[in-house]
Design a binder for this molecule. Structure first.
Ligand code: PHE
Length: 352
């Protein structure tokens, strides 16, 4: 039996040299140590041996088993290391290869413009307030001093949903909502950006869907001079420090007096060019002193409080600021336009 074990050892030494993979190593282990292995057969055969022989053979068998186990463990470690090395060398990353292009979105030019206007007014202590796009006729018109049948309603041809609800034609109803919601009737200083809708035929300067940024200040002793100072700061921040503004009389039912505001042309510095149509001035927004009727309807005593309001068109601002000549560009979502625009960081008018 001693000889048998020696033979088995020689066989094992020959077999283990042939092993190249983990699977083969597994088979080898089963062959030499498994339930049906030779060594197990020997254990059964040992029963017939004398005590002395049993001792001797048992020792030899245990030695053989330990030897096989150690050899297999060593080889396993070797094979594992080899496999890992192969895997690593196969998965080598070539850092010099060009990367995959990821399409990154950009902020829409109108959103950018609104953010810029918001920042200016926030720096002057204004709050930003929003209101619903589906609005009540009451807030969009009536409480803004535009009763049913008022001729000025025709200038804001509206998308009605029911007799009393419509897509708001202006952001001015947010003024009404804010004044009504202020139960203590404390002073107000807000801007309200948002989408507005009118039944306009779309062309280069008109869109049935557009934006407004409403401004409202209500307090005691607010005057036209406050309005002028505020809008001057605004115009200079947007169009450059050298800009001047001027007021022209106008009419809005919810302001009295009402004005239109022009800024001196940032392109020709007032000399006259095609952007300002030779006048040296560019119209930028409508404004005025809040009509006493509006204050009273919204619960502010017009004997005590005065206020000013203004309406900014971010599309018009962006078109002027970035030299865009068709308002439809903002809405057709042509990626090429939007991406192109994203590259144009603020045009500086200071150098002109
Ligand atoms: N809401 C007005 C419009 O759409 C603009 C405006 C707002 C004018 C506030 C004066 C004061 O025409």
């Amino acid at each position: 039996m001693k000889n048998e074990i020696e033979k088995l050892k020689t066989l094992f030494e020959r077999d283990i040299k042939k092993v190249k993979t983990m699977n083969e190593l597994n088979d080898l282990r089963i062959n030499y140590l498994g339930k049906k292995s030779k060594i197990q057969e020997f254990s059964t055969m040992m029963r017939d041996l004398s005590v002395e022989e049993k001792k001797e053979c048992g020792r030899l068998m245990n030695e053989f088993k330990t030897y096989v186990e150690v050899e297999i463990t060593n080889l396993r470690k070797e094979l594992e290391a080899k496999e890992l090395e192969e895997k690593l060398s196969n998965e080598k990353i070539d850092v010099t290869l060009p990367s995959t292009k990821i399409n990154v979105g950009s902020v829409h030019p109108i959103t950018k413009m609104i953010n810029e206007v918001e920042d200016i007014f926030i720096s002057m202590g204004y709050d930003v307030v929003e209101g619903p796009e589906v609005e009540r006729d009451l807030y969009n018109f009536e409480m803004l001093n535009l009763p049913k049948g008022h001729p000025a309603r025709d200038t804001q041809d509206s998308f009605y949903i029911t007799e009393d609800t419509l897509l708001r034609t202006q952001t001015s109803p947010v003024q009404v909502r804010t004044m009504l919601a202020n139960i203590e009737k404390t002073p107000i200083r807000i801007i309200c950006p948002g989408k507005t809708y009118r039944k306009d035929n779309d062309d280069a300067t008109h869109s049935h869907e557009f934006h407004q940024i409403e401004g409202l200040v209500v307090d005691e002793n607010i005057s036209m001079a406050d309005l002028k100072g505020t809008l001057e700061v605004f115009a200079k921040k947007i169009f450059g420090e050298k800009r001047e503004i001027r007021f022209r009389p106008s009419h809005f039912p919810f302001t009295e007096p009402s004005i239109e505001v022009d800024v001196s042309c940032f392109n020709c510095n007032g000399k006259g060019c095609n952007i300002c149509k030779g006048t040296g001035w560019i119209e930028i927004l409508g404004a005025g002193m809040v009509h006493p009727n509006v204050l009273n309807m919204c619960g502010y005593d017009s004997n005590k409080f005065t206020g000013f309001a203004f309406g900014i068109g971010p599309e018009r601002m962006a078109m002027l600021k970035y030299g865009i000549n068709d308002i439809r560009n903002f809405y057709i979502n042509d990626k090429r336009f939007l991406e192109e625009f994203d590259k144009v960081e603020k045009v500086s008018y200071e150098s002109k």
